[in-house]
Design a protein around this ligand. Structure first.
Ligand code: PLP
Length: 408
């Protein structure tokens, strides 16, 4: 369908870009706060936030100032040298998350890869697991990025299809089932990698107490608990970390997306000294990881979270949005899931596919994207206000009102 709308920018992308996405037919050219504008000047409310990377809104003045100022001073030197930005950024990151040490990377997938390497080497060096035999437990429905190792432990057929062989070393258990985790642990298990809420998997929330039980099981078996908070972290669920809702600290923490302030790819793997000690100079690295520009923007992004106001707003607007959705009485709306401003609507596909729902929302001035066939994600920038939340709700109600009350 995209190829059929006649727009020169769409045609160029379709002509030259790999077709590894299926964008909605809108050409964006400007963003400010929670709003985006297309190439015809039409305005849309962003209920997608670039998969939660734009938590602070588009073109946040403090973040743009940090970016521009640092770009003029110093941007990329590689970690062959120290910079006057990286230490300050990581100090703030470690102090805010109460994790002792950080390894800076760029994309979320790279930080997850870093976590996997750290866990395996820790297993060999500290736990005495025979070389090459470390195993990591993951959850079905996980999403942790698109590298070959990561798609190798995905349960999504399309993510894997055609990209093997996969090396293994991963065991899958159902998400939300702590007993299944315990049953899957063997003497060679070094880590359990888990998202506190599965984002790409369809905004799937585990039962209350799940993370706490997993924490206890991991501690008892000497297995590292590694939380992938690339999407749930940095305020998305109404607290700094989704782990905070259950009062636990993992042994390893992966952050990304919003850490770059919606301007740059910035990610990090955080862990204890004991885990991070496995890395010696030359073991692991990244040309751009921890560069001064990323560090300056990441530092400022964390600064925007320090007073906690954004968390309070996230809880308030998340509640307003969820309550408004719950008042919609339509048989096509099966379930509302999530926490804070990480919400998903599960639709009955006999009425409408999630993709079609998003296309109709777009014509009502709201941008979002489906995850899987049946879930529409609702994850605006955390700076959203009540009027804007109500605007989103009205558009959603309008789309439901256009649907029949009985499926075909
Ligand atoms: C998006 C995401 C990643 C991967 O991040 P990229 O920057 O796209 O590589 C990893 N884990 C989770 C939970 C994510 O949502």
């Amino acid at each position: 369908m995209n190829a059929r709308i006649s727009n020169p920018h769409v045609e160029l992308e379709e002509r030259y870009c790999a077709h590894n996405y299926a964008p909605l037919p809108v050409v964006l050219s400007r963003g400010e706060g929670v709003w985006l504008w297309d190439d015809h000047g039409r305005r849309y409310l962003d209920m997608m936030s670039a998969y939660s990377a734009v938590s602070f809104g588009h073109a946040h003045p403090r973040l743009v100032a940090a970016l521009a100022g640092q770009a003029r001073r110093l941007a990329v030197t590689s970690r062959a040298f120290y910079s006057d930005r990286l230490g300050l950024f990581l100090q703030r990151l470690c102090e805010m998350t109460a994790m002792p040490r950080a390894l800076p990377m760029n994309s979320g997938a790279e930080a997850v890869e870093t976590a996997i390497k750290a866990a395996r080497k820790w297993g060999y060096r500290r736990r005495g697991v025979p070389d090459g035999q470390a195993r990591i437990v993951v959850c079905r429905g996980n999403f942790a990025g698109r590298t070959t190792t990561i798609v190798g432990f995905s349960s999504e057929a399309q993510y894997r299809d055609g990209f093997g062989p996969f090396d293994g070393g991963f065991d899958s258990v159902p998400f939300g089932d702590a007993e299944a985790l315990e049953a899957a642990i063997t003497p060679h298990t070094v880590a359990f990698l888990v998202e506190p809420i599965q984002g790409e998997g369809g905004i799937v929330t585990p039962p209350d107490g799940y993370l706490r039980r997993c924490r206890e099981i991991c501690s008892r078996h000497g297995v590292l608990m590694i939380c992938d908070e690339v999407q749930t972290g940095l305020g998305r669920t109404g607290k700094l970390l989704a782990c905070d809702h259950e009062g636990i600290r993992p042994d390893g923490l992966v952050l990304g997306k919003a850490l770059g302030g919606g301007l740059l790819p910035v990610s990090a793997f955080l862990a204890s000294n004991e885990v991070m000690e496995v890395f010696a100079p030359g073991d692991h690295g990244s040309t751009f990881g921890g560069n001064a520009l990323s560090a300056a923007v990441g530092y400022e992004a964390l600064g925007l979270l320090q007073d906690g106001e954004l968390f309070a707003n996230t809880r308030e607007q998340g509640h307003r949005l969820a309550e408004g959705l719950r008042r919609i009485q339509h048989p096509a709306l099966r379930e509302i899931r999530g926490r804070g401003l990480m919400l998903g609507m599960e639709l009955d596909p006999r009425f409408i596919r999630a993709r079609t729902f998003c296309e109709r929302l777009m014509t009502c001035g709201v941008l979002s994207k489906e995850t899987h066939e049946t879930v529409v994600r609702l994850a605006p920038p955390l700076v959203i206000g009540s009027e804007e939340t109500d605007f989103a709700l009205q558009a959603i109600r309008d789309v439901f009102q256009g649907l029949p009350h009985h499926h075909a």
